[in-house]
Design a protein around this ligand. Structure first.
Ligand SMILES: Cc1cc2nc3c(=O)[nH]c(=O)nc-3n(C[C@H](O)[C@H](O)[C@H](O)COP(=O)(O)O)c2cc1C
Length: 330
């Protein structure tokens, strides 16, 4: 290749950074859940799940605050009426189950409130149009974290996001073993660019969790906090701009399953934050600037005794799996 052609090639590759990132912007703004260009029913489908999960999470805390979700619950019921109260789609069944549990817990506590009457009327209306049981609410683990996993399937099926931790932190030896097991995760070209930053000092955990939105109600119970990050140096070219997130997410999933296998409790925590916050977390956590942050994970020993967790029901397989039979025509 001549020097001129090589230069042109270089310029072309550099321009890709602009055109590819610009197309990310296009797709995200056009199709995300707040875009007016997205189908309204699809937006509401996810909105109901997200809002209902906040209710399930509130119920799953060690001591739920009574009558929490005063704004969210009427909004969920409104959205369901808009979507179709007779529908048996997963979000509707999830919300029905969560509202049933919410109502039952409050009635058992002897609480009376117009919000509870509204939920009662809503659930009566729902029962009159559908016999399908609710699927959301709580999962109960009377004997604590399941310790015996006779099959790999049961190990996977029994993992859950645990928000109830023991005050005794996880020992570093187990943490190292979890990381070692998590390292069995595949990575592109075996790059292994994922980094695990672990914090166990209460002040640092508190300060880091204050920069994360999603741990209120149980942040005080967190005795160990992981920040999952990846090294940008492992990646090059515009086409690879998201690949660090892919590798790090596979690593994180392996990490949580490994933790579960070794009797540790974990809860993934989102880092859907702005760049300013990401930089603050890096500064506070001593994370180099050339790493990008993917997520946090609360990690510890499970609280002693019985545990409960948000039900987080799954969609039917038919909604997830699309089998394309035969040979595709090109
Ligand atoms: C990337 C990611 C971010 C999450 N962020 C939070 C969070 O901020 N707070 C929280 O309590 N749970 C969080 N979760 C946990 C989910 O709510 C949970 O995985 C989901 O409801 C499924 O439940 P399960 O993990 O018990 O199977 C997060 C999960 C993932 C994968």
């Amino acid at each position: 290749m001549s020097a001129f052609a090589a230069k042109l090639n270089q310029i072309g590759k550099a321009l890709l950074f602009i055109t590819e990132f610009a197309q990310d912007l296009y797709y995200y703004t056009k199709y995300c859940g707040v875009s007016p260009f997205q189908i309204a029913r699809k937006r509401v489908y996810y909105k109901i799940i997200i809002e209902t999960h906040a209710i399930e999470k509130g119920l799953s805390l060690a001591s739920p605050r009574m009558l929490f979700g005063r704004q969210k619950i009427p909004a969920i019921m409104r959205q369901i009426r808009w979507y179709g109260i007779e529908s048996n789609d997963m979000p509707i069944r999830m919300a029905t189950g969560a509202l049933e549990t919410y109502l039952a817990i409050h009635r058992t506590a002897g609480i009376d409130d117009p919000l509870l009457d509204d939920i009662h009327s809503f659930l009566k209306e729902r029962t009159s149009v559908s016999a399908a049981p609710g699927s959301g609410g709580l999962r109960h683990f009377a004997n604590g974290l399941p310790q015996q996993h006779s099959t790999s399937a049961s190990l996977l099926e029994s993992r859950f996001s645990c928000r109830m931790f023991s005050s005794q932190p996880l020992d570093l030896e187990t943490l190292e073993r979890i990381v070692e097991l998590a390292q069995t995760a595949p990575s592109q070209c075996n790059r292994q660019a994922t980094k695990i930053h672990y914090y166990n000092k209460p002040e640092t955990i508190t300060a880091l969790l204050q920069l994360q939105a999603g741990s209120s109600g149980f942040s005080e119970a967190v005795t160990g906090l992981v920040v999952v990050a990846f090294d940008l140096a492992a990646w090059g070219g515009a086409q690879q701009r998201n690949q660090g997130y892919v590798d790090a997410s596979l690593f994180a999933m392996n990490f949580m399953v490994a933790a579960h296998a070794l009797g540790a409790a974990s809860c993934p925590l989102n880092l859907a934050v702005r760049h300013t916050t990401e930089r603050q977390i890096k500064r506070l956590g001593g994370i180099p600037d050339d790493q990008r942050l993917v997520m946090m994970i609360a990690l510890g020993l499970p609280a002693p005794g019985a545990l409960k967790a948000a039900a987080s029901p799954r969609q039917p397989v038919t909604e997830v799996l699309r089998v394309v039979g035969g040979v595709a025509s090109v």
